[in-house]
Design a protein around this ligand. Structure first.
Ligand SMILES: C[S@@+](CC[C@H](N)C(=O)[O-])C[C@H]1O[C@@H](n2cnc3c(N)ncnc32)[C@H](O)[C@@H]1O
Length: 136
C-alpha cells in the first residue's frame, strides 16, 4: 500500500517527467551542464565527484534510488562502464530512462519502478548506491 508521500511524489514528479520539452533540455544544459532530464540540484561536477568518491569501475553494480529520468545513474554508467539500475516511483521517468538506456547502448543497465521503501532486490545485489536530491 503506497503512503501519502509516495502518492504525492508519483503524481507531482510523474507529470513533470512526462514533459520532454526542448526548452527544458536547454535550461538543464545551461544550469547543470547535463541533458538527462535532471530534476534536482546535482550538476555535472558533483556527478564526477561521485565517480571519484565511489571509485566506480567497469562492470560494478550501481543502484540509483529516486533517479527521476535516470540522472545521475545513467551518466555514471556511460562514464565508467558500471552497470546501473535506476529506480523511482513515476513510470514516466523510468520510461525516459529506458529510452536513454537503449539510445546510449547501456545493455547491462535497467530502470525499475519502485519505492525506496521496498526495493525489489536481494541483499548484496549492488556494489554502490547513490541518490541525489531525494531527501528534500
Ligand atoms: C528532486 S527529484 C531528483 C531526481 C533525480 N535524482 C535528479 O537528481 O534529477 C526527487 C525524486 O525522488 C523520488 N522519490 C521521492 N520519494 C521516493 C520514494 N519513496 N521512493 C523512490 N523515489 C522517491 C521522486 O519521485 C523524484 O523523482
Amino acid at each position: 500500500m503506497p503512503t501519502r508521500d509516495e502518492i504525492n511524489a508519483t503524481q507531482r514528479f510523474g507529470t513533470r517527467y512526462g514533459i520532454a520539452a526542448t526548452v527544458m533540455v536547454e535550461l538543464e544544459q545551461a544550469v547543470l551542464g547535463t541533458a538527462y532530464g535532471a530534476n534536482g540540484y546535482t550538476p555535472l561536477g558533483q556527478a564526477e565527484m561521485l565517480i571519484r568518491v565511489l571509485a566506480l569501475q567497469p562492470g560494478e553494480r550501481l543502484l540509483d534510488i529516486g533517479a527521476g529520468c535516470g540522472w545521475p545513474g545513467l551518466y555514471l554508467a556511460a562514464r565508467t562502464g558500471c552497470r546501473v539500475t535506476v529506480t523511482d516511483l513515476p513510470i514516466q521517468g523510468m520510461r525516459r530512462a529506458w529510452e536513454r538506456i537503449r539510445s546510449d547502448g547501456l545493455a547491462s543497465s535497467s530502470a525499475v519502478v519502485s519505492t525506496a521503501r521496498h526495493l525489489p532486490f536481494r541483499p548484496a545485489s549492488f556494489d554502490a548506491i547513490v541518490h541525489t536530491d531525494v531527501l528534500c
